[in-house]
Structure formats: structure tokens, C-alpha cells
Design a protein around this ligand. Structure first.
Ligand SMILES: Nc1ncnc2c1ncn2[C@@H]1O[C@H](COP(=O)(O)OP(=O)(O)OP(=O)(O)O)[C@@H](O)[C@H]1O
Ligand SMILES: [Mg+2]
Length: 262
């Protein structure tokens, strides 16, 4: 089975989508077959990989309702080795439709258990900036939750709500869920971010990933160009930091495949 990573924070604009794409592209460079899933009705990930949301025959909505098997909904992205299950307009009311389905929290988990999904070593789930049924499905399906956060007051202030959500998910649908914080858009020029980072590290210790993603306008340009950072600006700081993140997470991925082959 694949190693499933949900990238989630109810706070908007903290680099969830940028991290999904940057990390996915960095895994692909390491030869890891990767699937990214756009669970956000805003469809930013779908746009950012250069796809027109309306063009794909299926979206994540149809794999949740069971109308399409995930292997049918997955399409090749512009990056060989990375497939995407896109988002489109049918995602807008999927939350409401899901609530009416029995055990709706497990719909994504069951879909990803499809044997055809085993070809992907890693599945990355890009979540919307809200705590609704899509996010609950992602956290129920995930082995690891990455919570991207800026070293900014409002981003950090929203963390306790995320931890509360993790506790609810562990209690009800996914007891082994692990989480790690990832600092994004770090600006090392002043003292403010450095001080916040030091406090986060002191408090969360190994719960905070060692890799930090710095502020890099190349990541913005890559988004506008519809291309992953490793292709758009392979020598940029953003590309090398997402490579470092993939390296840091590789033992997590191999630990799962070793357990399954043992
Ligand atoms: N390290 C970075 N340096 C500079 N800009 C960045 C960085 N990471 C992300 N951005 C920019 O910040 C903005 C928000 O990023 P992104 O869309 O990835 O956030 P998000 O958490 O997915 O947002 P939403 O909550 O709306 O889904 C985008 O314009 C993106 O290009
Ligand atoms: Mg996003």
C-alpha cells in the first residue's frame, strides 16, 4: 500500500498546495511513483500543475462517491512519474452529498485501498482551508499529516484547533495518525521569524520537521507558470528545500513498505 500524506491546515494561504506540489515533484526526482490528489474545490493544485479543471473526465468527487475507481480518475500530469486526481466543479457540493453517505469519513481511505493504487509509493492529499468532510476524509486516510505553518501569529494561533482535530480523528477514525509541523515562507532577514522558529522548536521538538521552507518568489512564479518548482527553477532555494523535505520524509515512506513486505 502507498504511504499517504495529508497536507492540511484550516488556515488559508500557508503553502499547503505549494508543499503538495513541491514535495511531490521532489519525490518524483528520487524515483518515487507519486500521486497527488486535489481535495480543494478551489482546484489550485490542478491549475498549478497546468491542468484545466474541467478537462479531466473525473475528479476526486467521483472517487469519493464511488462513481469512478481511483485508477480511472488519475491522470498524468506534466511531470512524468507524477499523476493527479484533479478537482473540478463537482467538488463544490461533494461535502453536502458525503454527509448523507454511511461512514462518510472512510470514503477516501477505501478508495485508496484499491489494489491499482499500490503502484504509487506515495500519495499526497492537498486539503482545503477548512475542517469539513473532505479534510476529515483526508485525515482518516493518512499515515502522516503535515501541517504547514508560517512563523506568523495567526498561523500559529490556529494550531490548537488542528491538534484538537487530530485528537478527534485518532479517537474516532484513524488511531495511528502521526503529525509533523512544517515551517513555510520563513524569512530569515529579521529576528521575528527566527525567534518564533526557536520557540516552535523548543515546544514541539521532533514534532517540527527539521526542513524549513524559506520565502522564495520562484515558488510563486512556478505556481503562475503551472509547473513544479523542480522543473521551473531547479536550482532555486525553494526546489532544494523541497528536495530536502523529501529526503527527510523518505524513511517514513520506506518504514511502511518494510512493514508490509516483512
Ligand atoms: N515559500 C514560499 N515563498 C514565497 N511564496 C510562497 C511560498 N510558499 C507559498 N507561497 C505563495 O503563497 C501563496 C499561498 O500558497 P498556497 O496556495 O500554496 O497556500 P494554501 O495553504 O494552499 O492556500 P489555500 O488555503 O487557499 O489552499 C501562493 O501565492 C504561493 O505562491
Ligand atoms: Mg491550497
Amino acid at each position: 500500500m502507498s504511504y499517504v500524506i495529508a497536507i492540511c491546515h484550516q488556515k488559508g494561504g500557508v503553502a499547503k498546495t505549494t508543499t503538495t506540489l513541491g514535495l511531490g515533484a521532489a519525490f518524483v526526482e528520487r524515483g518515487v511513483e507519486t500521486l497527488v490528489v486535489d481535495l480543494d474545490p478551489q482546484a489550485n493544485l490542478t491549475f498549478n500543475i497546468g491542468l484545466e479543471p474541467g478537462n479531466a473526465p473525473f475528479s476526486a468527487a467521483e472517487i469519493l462517491t464511488g462513481e469512478a475507481a481511483p485508477a480511472r480518475a488519475a491522470v498524468e500530469s506534466s511531470l512524468p512519474g507524477m499523476d493527479i486526481i484533479p478537482s473540478n466543479a463537482s467538488m463544490l457540493d461533494i461535502g453536502r452529498r458525503m454527509y448523507q453517505m454511511p461512514n462518510y469519513e472512510f470514503l477516501l481511505r477505501r478508495a485508496l485501498e484499491d489494489t491499482a493504487m499500490a503502484e504509487y509509493a506515495v500519495v499526497l492529499l492537498d486539503c482545503p482551508p477548512s475542517v469539513g468532510p473532505l479534510t476529515i476524509n483526508a485525515l482518516t486516510a493518512a499515515d502522516l499529516l503535515i501541517i504547514p505553518t508560517q512563523c506568523e501569529y495567526y498561523s500559529i494561533q490556529a494550531l490548537p484547533d488542528m491538534f484538537e482535530l487530530v485528537n478527534v480523528i485518532r479517537d474516532r477514525t484513524n488511531p495511528p495518525l502521526t503529525y509533523r509541523l512544517l515551517v513555510t515562507m520563513f524569512d530569515g532577514r529579521g529576528k521575528f521569524h527566527a525567534t518564533m522558529l526557536e520557540q516552535l522548536r523548543g515546544y514541539f521538538k521532533d514534532g517540527l520537521l527539521h526542513t524549513t521552507i524559506g520565502f522564495d518568489t520562484k515558488l510563486r512564479e512556478a505556481q503562475a507558470a503551472g509547473s513544479p518548482i523542480t522543473i521551473h527553477a531547479p536550482l532555486s532555494r525553494g526546489a532544494s528545500q523541497y528536495r530536502q523535505l523529501a529526503e527527510e520524509l523518505s524513511p517514513y515512506v520506506s518504514a511502511k513498505s518494510h512493514v508490509q513486505t516483512a
